[in-house]
Design a protein around this ligand. Structure first.
Ligand code: ZN
Ligand code: ZN
Length: 382
Protein backbone atom coordinates (compact mmCIF):
# COMPACT_ATOMS: atom_id res chain seq x y z
CA UNK A 1 0.00 0.00 0.00
CA UNK A 2 1.01 3.63 -0.49
CA UNK A 3 2.02 6.08 2.21
CA UNK A 4 3.54 9.57 2.18
CA UNK A 5 6.70 9.77 4.27
CA UNK A 6 9.40 12.24 5.18
CA UNK A 7 13.04 11.11 5.52
CA UNK A 8 14.89 13.66 7.68
CA UNK A 9 18.30 11.99 7.12
CA UNK A 10 18.24 12.33 3.33
CA UNK A 11 15.86 15.34 3.42
CA UNK A 12 13.28 13.71 1.15
CA UNK A 13 9.50 13.63 1.04
CA UNK A 14 8.13 10.79 -1.07
CA UNK A 15 5.57 8.07 -1.65
CA UNK A 16 6.63 4.74 -0.15
CA UNK A 17 5.25 1.21 -0.52
CA UNK A 18 4.49 -0.62 2.71
CA UNK A 19 2.75 -3.81 3.81
CA UNK A 20 -0.87 -3.38 4.83
CA UNK A 21 -0.82 -3.30 8.67
CA UNK A 22 -2.64 -6.05 10.58
CA UNK A 23 -4.49 -6.06 13.90
CA UNK A 24 -2.22 -7.29 16.69
CA UNK A 25 -4.41 -6.53 19.75
CA UNK A 26 -8.10 -7.20 20.42
CA UNK A 27 -8.94 -3.51 21.05
CA UNK A 28 -7.64 -2.40 17.65
CA UNK A 29 -9.46 -1.30 14.54
CA UNK A 30 -8.17 -1.30 10.95
CA UNK A 31 -8.85 1.93 9.10
CA UNK A 32 -9.10 2.63 5.40
CA UNK A 33 -8.17 6.29 5.01
CA UNK A 34 -10.57 8.45 3.01
CA UNK A 35 -9.31 12.01 3.41
CA UNK A 36 -6.16 13.48 4.96
CA UNK A 37 -5.84 17.27 5.27
CA UNK A 38 -2.63 19.20 4.72
CA UNK A 39 -1.63 21.97 7.12
CA UNK A 40 1.23 24.21 8.19
CA UNK A 41 2.53 21.55 10.57
CA UNK A 42 3.00 19.17 7.61
CA UNK A 43 4.88 21.90 5.78
CA UNK A 44 7.22 22.38 8.76
CA UNK A 45 7.78 18.62 9.00
CA UNK A 46 8.50 18.38 5.27
CA UNK A 47 10.89 21.33 5.56
CA UNK A 48 12.70 19.36 8.30
CA UNK A 49 12.00 22.02 10.95
CA UNK A 50 9.73 19.85 13.06
CA UNK A 51 8.63 16.24 13.47
CA UNK A 52 10.48 13.08 14.61
CA UNK A 53 10.30 9.53 13.18
CA UNK A 54 9.53 6.65 15.56
CA UNK A 55 12.70 5.43 17.26
CA UNK A 56 14.61 3.04 14.99
CA UNK A 57 12.92 4.31 11.80
CA UNK A 58 14.57 6.54 9.19
CA UNK A 59 11.22 8.00 8.12
CA UNK A 60 7.94 9.36 9.44
CA UNK A 61 4.62 8.74 7.67
CA UNK A 62 2.98 12.16 7.92
CA UNK A 63 -0.70 13.15 8.15
CA UNK A 64 -2.68 14.01 11.28
CA UNK A 65 -5.93 15.56 9.99
CA UNK A 66 -7.81 12.50 8.86
CA UNK A 67 -11.11 10.81 8.14
CA UNK A 68 -11.27 7.03 7.82
CA UNK A 69 -13.65 4.13 7.44
CA UNK A 70 -13.38 1.15 9.77
CA UNK A 71 -12.71 -2.01 7.73
CA UNK A 72 -11.95 -4.50 10.52
CA UNK A 73 -12.55 -4.61 14.29
CA UNK A 74 -10.72 -6.60 16.95
CA UNK A 75 -12.60 -9.02 19.21
CA UNK A 76 -12.71 -6.55 22.14
CA UNK A 77 -13.92 -3.53 20.16
CA UNK A 78 -17.25 -2.33 21.55
CA UNK A 79 -18.17 1.03 20.06
CA UNK A 80 -17.59 0.44 16.35
CA UNK A 81 -18.43 -1.86 13.51
CA UNK A 82 -17.16 -2.25 9.98
CA UNK A 83 -18.33 0.64 7.81
CA UNK A 84 -18.35 3.27 10.57
CA UNK A 85 -16.64 6.58 9.85
CA UNK A 86 -14.13 7.92 12.36
CA UNK A 87 -11.75 10.81 12.95
CA UNK A 88 -8.76 9.65 15.01
CA UNK A 89 -7.24 11.94 17.63
CA UNK A 90 -3.51 12.62 17.21
CA UNK A 91 -1.75 12.56 20.57
CA UNK A 92 -1.00 9.33 22.46
CA UNK A 93 -0.27 9.21 26.20
CA UNK A 94 3.19 9.16 27.78
CA UNK A 95 4.19 6.00 29.69
CA UNK A 96 4.65 7.59 33.13
CA UNK A 97 2.42 6.25 35.91
CA UNK A 98 2.60 9.64 37.67
CA UNK A 99 1.27 11.71 34.72
CA UNK A 100 -2.22 12.54 35.95
CA UNK A 101 -3.22 13.97 32.59
CA UNK A 102 -2.25 10.95 30.49
CA UNK A 103 -3.49 8.45 33.04
CA UNK A 104 -6.95 10.04 32.92
CA UNK A 105 -7.16 10.10 29.10
CA UNK A 106 -6.23 13.80 28.82
CA UNK A 107 -2.89 13.43 27.05
CA UNK A 108 -3.38 16.83 25.41
CA UNK A 109 -2.45 18.13 28.90
CA UNK A 110 0.53 15.72 29.34
CA UNK A 111 2.96 16.89 32.04
CA UNK A 112 6.06 15.00 30.96
CA UNK A 113 6.26 15.90 27.27
CA UNK A 114 6.98 12.25 26.49
CA UNK A 115 3.72 11.77 24.59
CA UNK A 116 3.79 10.75 20.93
CA UNK A 117 1.73 12.30 18.14
CA UNK A 118 0.70 10.35 15.06
CA UNK A 119 2.17 11.92 11.95
CA UNK A 120 4.20 14.44 13.98
CA UNK A 121 6.21 13.06 16.89
CA UNK A 122 7.63 9.53 17.10
CA UNK A 123 4.57 7.78 15.64
CA UNK A 124 3.54 7.25 12.03
CA UNK A 125 0.56 9.23 10.78
CA UNK A 126 -2.48 8.75 8.59
CA UNK A 127 -1.32 9.69 5.09
CA UNK A 128 -1.46 6.03 4.11
CA UNK A 129 -4.03 3.74 2.54
CA UNK A 130 -4.52 1.68 5.72
CA UNK A 131 -3.69 2.25 9.39
CA UNK A 132 -4.23 0.19 12.55
CA UNK A 133 -5.11 2.03 15.74
CA UNK A 134 -6.77 1.54 19.11
CA UNK A 135 -10.52 1.95 19.47
CA UNK A 136 -10.22 4.44 22.33
CA UNK A 137 -8.60 7.10 20.14
CA UNK A 138 -11.39 7.04 17.53
CA UNK A 139 -14.09 9.71 17.38
CA UNK A 140 -17.33 8.66 15.74
CA UNK A 141 -18.45 10.64 12.66
CA UNK A 142 -22.10 10.81 11.52
CA UNK A 143 -22.25 9.51 7.90
CA UNK A 144 -23.74 12.75 6.58
CA UNK A 145 -20.52 14.59 7.55
CA UNK A 146 -18.47 12.41 5.16
CA UNK A 147 -17.68 15.40 2.90
CA UNK A 148 -16.30 17.74 5.60
CA UNK A 149 -15.28 15.63 8.61
CA UNK A 150 -11.59 15.90 7.62
CA UNK A 151 -11.90 19.44 9.03
CA UNK A 152 -12.74 18.13 12.52
CA UNK A 153 -9.12 17.82 13.69
CA UNK A 154 -8.07 21.38 12.76
CA UNK A 155 -11.36 22.63 14.24
CA UNK A 156 -10.56 21.03 17.61
CA UNK A 157 -8.02 23.82 18.17
CA UNK A 158 -10.84 26.36 18.43
CA UNK A 159 -13.14 23.97 20.27
CA UNK A 160 -10.63 23.18 23.01
CA UNK A 161 -9.88 26.89 23.43
CA UNK A 162 -13.58 27.73 23.65
CA UNK A 163 -14.19 24.96 26.16
CA UNK A 164 -11.64 26.60 28.47
CA UNK A 165 -12.76 30.15 27.75
CA UNK A 166 -16.35 29.37 28.71
CA UNK A 167 -15.24 27.56 31.82
CA UNK A 168 -13.32 30.68 32.87
CA UNK A 169 -16.11 33.03 31.90
CA UNK A 170 -18.63 31.07 33.93
CA UNK A 171 -16.41 31.46 36.92
CA UNK A 172 -15.95 35.21 36.48
CA UNK A 173 -19.26 36.94 37.14
CA UNK A 174 -21.11 38.80 35.80
CA UNK A 175 -20.25 37.44 32.42
CA UNK A 176 -22.15 34.30 31.93
CA UNK A 177 -24.99 32.30 33.36
CA UNK A 178 -24.11 28.57 33.16
CA UNK A 179 -27.59 27.95 31.70
CA UNK A 180 -26.84 30.07 28.61
CA UNK A 181 -27.38 28.02 25.41
CA UNK A 182 -24.12 27.32 23.56
CA UNK A 183 -24.93 29.53 20.57
CA UNK A 184 -25.50 32.54 22.85
CA UNK A 185 -22.49 32.18 25.13
CA UNK A 186 -20.56 34.90 23.32
CA UNK A 187 -23.52 37.28 23.03
CA UNK A 188 -22.59 40.88 23.82
CA UNK A 189 -18.88 40.05 23.64
CA UNK A 190 -16.32 40.81 20.95
CA UNK A 191 -13.72 38.40 19.62
CA UNK A 192 -10.73 39.33 17.53
CA UNK A 193 -9.16 36.55 15.44
CA UNK A 194 -5.58 37.12 14.33
CA UNK A 195 -4.83 35.34 11.06
CA UNK A 196 -6.84 34.23 8.06
CA UNK A 197 -5.42 30.71 7.51
CA UNK A 198 -7.48 27.56 8.17
CA UNK A 199 -7.06 27.77 11.97
CA UNK A 200 -8.09 31.44 12.03
CA UNK A 201 -11.06 30.95 9.71
CA UNK A 202 -12.35 27.85 11.53
CA UNK A 203 -11.84 29.79 14.80
CA UNK A 204 -13.86 32.72 13.44
CA UNK A 205 -16.68 30.37 12.39
CA UNK A 206 -16.69 28.77 15.85
CA UNK A 207 -16.73 32.13 17.65
CA UNK A 208 -19.47 33.52 15.38
CA UNK A 209 -21.50 30.34 15.98
CA UNK A 210 -21.09 30.88 19.73
CA UNK A 211 -22.58 34.38 19.37
CA UNK A 212 -19.45 36.57 19.58
CA UNK A 213 -19.28 39.73 17.46
CA UNK A 214 -16.29 38.51 15.50
CA UNK A 215 -13.49 40.42 13.78
CA UNK A 216 -10.64 38.92 11.73
CA UNK A 217 -7.37 40.82 11.33
CA UNK A 218 -4.59 39.87 8.94
CA UNK A 219 -2.31 41.29 6.24
CA UNK A 220 -4.40 40.22 3.27
CA UNK A 221 -6.21 42.82 1.14
CA UNK A 222 -9.33 42.25 -0.97
CA UNK A 223 -10.15 40.69 -3.37
CA UNK A 224 -9.61 37.37 -1.61
CA UNK A 225 -11.79 34.28 -1.19
CA UNK A 226 -10.75 34.14 2.47
CA UNK A 227 -11.98 37.70 3.08
CA UNK A 228 -15.21 36.78 1.25
CA UNK A 229 -15.59 33.88 3.70
CA UNK A 230 -15.16 36.20 6.70
CA UNK A 231 -17.89 38.48 5.31
CA UNK A 232 -20.16 35.55 4.49
CA UNK A 233 -20.21 34.34 8.11
CA UNK A 234 -21.18 37.81 9.32
CA UNK A 235 -17.77 38.66 10.75
CA UNK A 236 -15.83 41.84 9.97
CA UNK A 237 -12.48 41.73 8.20
CA UNK A 238 -9.82 44.39 8.85
CA UNK A 239 -6.46 44.42 7.05
CA UNK A 240 -3.31 45.27 8.96
CA UNK A 241 -2.27 47.19 5.83
CA UNK A 242 -5.06 49.70 6.38
CA UNK A 243 -5.57 49.75 10.18
CA UNK A 244 -3.22 49.52 13.18
CA UNK A 245 -4.02 47.68 16.41
CA UNK A 246 -5.06 50.97 18.15
CA UNK A 247 -7.36 51.73 15.17
CA UNK A 248 -8.85 48.29 15.57
CA UNK A 249 -9.39 48.76 19.32
CA UNK A 250 -11.13 52.09 18.62
CA UNK A 251 -13.43 50.34 16.13
CA UNK A 252 -14.27 47.32 18.31
CA UNK A 253 -14.49 48.84 21.80
CA UNK A 254 -13.61 46.49 24.66
CA UNK A 255 -11.89 43.47 23.08
CA UNK A 256 -13.12 40.58 25.22
CA UNK A 257 -11.24 37.80 23.45
CA UNK A 258 -8.24 37.59 21.17
CA UNK A 259 -7.78 34.29 19.31
CA UNK A 260 -4.26 34.23 17.94
CA UNK A 261 -3.74 31.94 14.92
CA UNK A 262 -0.64 33.34 13.24
CA UNK A 263 2.33 32.24 15.35
CA UNK A 264 4.23 35.54 15.03
CA UNK A 265 5.37 36.87 18.36
CA UNK A 266 5.54 40.58 17.48
CA UNK A 267 2.00 40.48 16.09
CA UNK A 268 0.74 38.70 19.22
CA UNK A 269 2.44 41.16 21.56
CA UNK A 270 0.95 44.15 19.74
CA UNK A 271 -2.47 42.54 20.04
CA UNK A 272 -1.96 41.85 23.75
CA UNK A 273 -1.61 45.61 24.24
CA UNK A 274 -5.17 46.22 23.01
CA UNK A 275 -6.83 43.35 24.91
CA UNK A 276 -9.78 44.75 26.86
CA UNK A 277 -10.77 44.71 30.51
CA UNK A 278 -11.37 41.14 31.76
CA UNK A 279 -10.09 39.99 28.39
CA UNK A 280 -8.79 36.52 27.55
CA UNK A 281 -5.95 36.11 25.06
CA UNK A 282 -5.67 32.67 23.46
CA UNK A 283 -2.43 31.64 21.76
CA UNK A 284 -2.67 28.78 19.24
CA UNK A 285 0.19 29.53 16.82
CA UNK A 286 3.65 28.05 17.38
CA UNK A 287 6.28 30.67 16.45
CA UNK A 288 9.82 29.86 15.34
CA UNK A 289 12.17 30.33 18.28
CA UNK A 290 14.33 32.97 16.59
CA UNK A 291 11.36 35.30 16.37
CA UNK A 292 12.84 37.92 18.79
CA UNK A 293 10.99 41.14 19.54
CA UNK A 294 11.62 44.18 21.67
CA UNK A 295 9.00 44.50 24.32
CA UNK A 296 7.93 46.46 27.35
CA UNK A 297 7.09 43.75 29.86
CA UNK A 298 6.40 46.17 32.72
CA UNK A 299 3.64 47.82 30.71
CA UNK A 300 2.15 44.47 29.74
CA UNK A 301 2.32 43.14 33.30
CA UNK A 302 0.74 46.27 34.70
CA UNK A 303 -2.13 46.15 32.20
CA UNK A 304 -2.72 42.44 32.69
CA UNK A 305 -3.00 42.89 36.45
CA UNK A 306 -5.11 46.03 36.42
CA UNK A 307 -7.49 44.67 33.77
CA UNK A 308 -7.89 41.11 35.15
CA UNK A 309 -6.57 39.69 31.91
CA UNK A 310 -5.79 36.11 31.14
CA UNK A 311 -3.28 34.59 28.75
CA UNK A 312 -4.00 31.05 27.63
CA UNK A 313 -1.91 28.74 25.48
CA UNK A 314 -3.65 25.71 24.06
CA UNK A 315 -2.66 22.64 22.01
CA UNK A 316 -5.22 20.25 20.60
CA UNK A 317 -7.12 18.20 21.72
CA UNK A 318 -9.20 15.78 23.79
CA UNK A 319 -12.34 13.74 23.00
CA UNK A 320 -14.71 16.52 24.15
CA UNK A 321 -13.15 18.92 21.63
CA UNK A 322 -13.51 16.33 18.82
CA UNK A 323 -17.18 15.80 19.69
CA UNK A 324 -17.73 19.58 19.75
CA UNK A 325 -15.92 19.96 16.40
CA UNK A 326 -18.18 17.40 14.74
CA UNK A 327 -21.28 19.09 16.22
CA UNK A 328 -20.08 22.48 15.01
CA UNK A 329 -19.28 21.23 11.49
CA UNK A 330 -22.93 20.21 11.24
CA UNK A 331 -23.96 23.62 12.66
CA UNK A 332 -21.72 25.46 10.18
CA UNK A 333 -23.28 23.56 7.30
CA UNK A 334 -26.82 24.38 8.46
CA UNK A 335 -25.99 28.05 8.92
CA UNK A 336 -23.62 28.72 5.98
CA UNK A 337 -24.05 25.90 3.42
CA UNK A 338 -22.39 27.86 0.59
CA UNK A 339 -19.39 28.76 2.76
CA UNK A 340 -18.90 25.19 3.92
CA UNK A 341 -18.77 24.03 0.29
CA UNK A 342 -15.73 26.29 -0.25
CA UNK A 343 -13.70 25.12 2.78
CA UNK A 344 -12.10 22.17 1.00
CA UNK A 345 -10.19 23.63 -1.93
CA UNK A 346 -9.70 20.30 -3.64
CA UNK A 347 -9.03 16.59 -3.25
CA UNK A 348 -5.83 15.24 -4.73
CA UNK A 349 -4.17 11.83 -5.09
CA UNK A 350 -1.29 10.98 -2.69
CA UNK A 351 1.28 11.37 -5.49
CA UNK A 352 0.61 15.11 -5.39
CA UNK A 353 1.12 15.39 -1.62
CA UNK A 354 4.81 16.46 -1.61
CA UNK A 355 4.21 19.29 -4.09
CA UNK A 356 1.02 20.43 -2.33
CA UNK A 357 2.63 20.41 1.10
CA UNK A 358 5.70 22.33 0.02
CA UNK A 359 3.90 24.68 -2.40
CA UNK A 360 1.85 27.75 -1.64
CA UNK A 361 -1.48 26.80 -0.05
CA UNK A 362 -4.34 27.23 -2.53
CA UNK A 363 -7.80 27.88 -1.11
CA UNK A 364 -8.56 27.05 2.50
CA UNK A 365 -7.78 23.35 2.95
CA UNK A 366 -6.25 20.92 0.46
CA UNK A 367 -7.00 17.28 1.06
CA UNK A 368 -5.22 14.11 -0.04
CA UNK A 369 -7.75 11.42 -0.82
CA UNK A 370 -7.15 7.68 -0.80
CA UNK A 371 -10.74 7.09 -1.83
CA UNK A 372 -10.37 6.95 -5.62
CA UNK A 373 -13.07 9.15 -7.16
CA UNK A 374 -15.51 7.44 -9.51
CA UNK A 375 -14.81 8.29 -13.17
CA UNK A 376 -16.52 11.52 -14.12
CA UNK A 377 -17.00 12.61 -10.52
CA UNK A 378 -15.57 15.98 -9.52
CA UNK A 379 -12.49 15.86 -7.34
CA UNK A 380 -13.76 18.95 -5.53
CA UNK A 381 -15.67 19.12 -2.25
CA UNK A 382 -18.27 16.41 -1.75
ZN1 ZN B 1 -2.82 20.27 11.22
ZN1 ZN C 1 1.80 12.33 30.12
Amino acid sequence: MKAVAVFPGSQQVKIIEQDVPRLTQPDQVALRLLDVGICGTDKEICSFEYGTPPSGDDHLVIGHESLAEIVQVGSAVERFEVGDLVVPSVRRPCPHPGCLACRSGHQDYCYTGEFTERGIKEAHGYMAEYVVDHERYMNVVPPDLRGIAVLAEPLTIAEKALEQIFWMMQNRPPWLDPQTPSHERGRGLSALVLGIGPVGLLGAMTLATAGFTTYVYSRELPPSPRIDLVNAIGATYVSSQTATFPDLAAQIGNIDLVYEAVGRSHFALQALRVLGTNGIFVLTGVPVLQDFVQSDPAHLMRTMVLKNQMLLGTVNAGPEAFAAALRDLAAFRRRWPAVVRTLIAGRYPPEQAPALILGRPAGIKSVITFDAPVAGQSSGPR
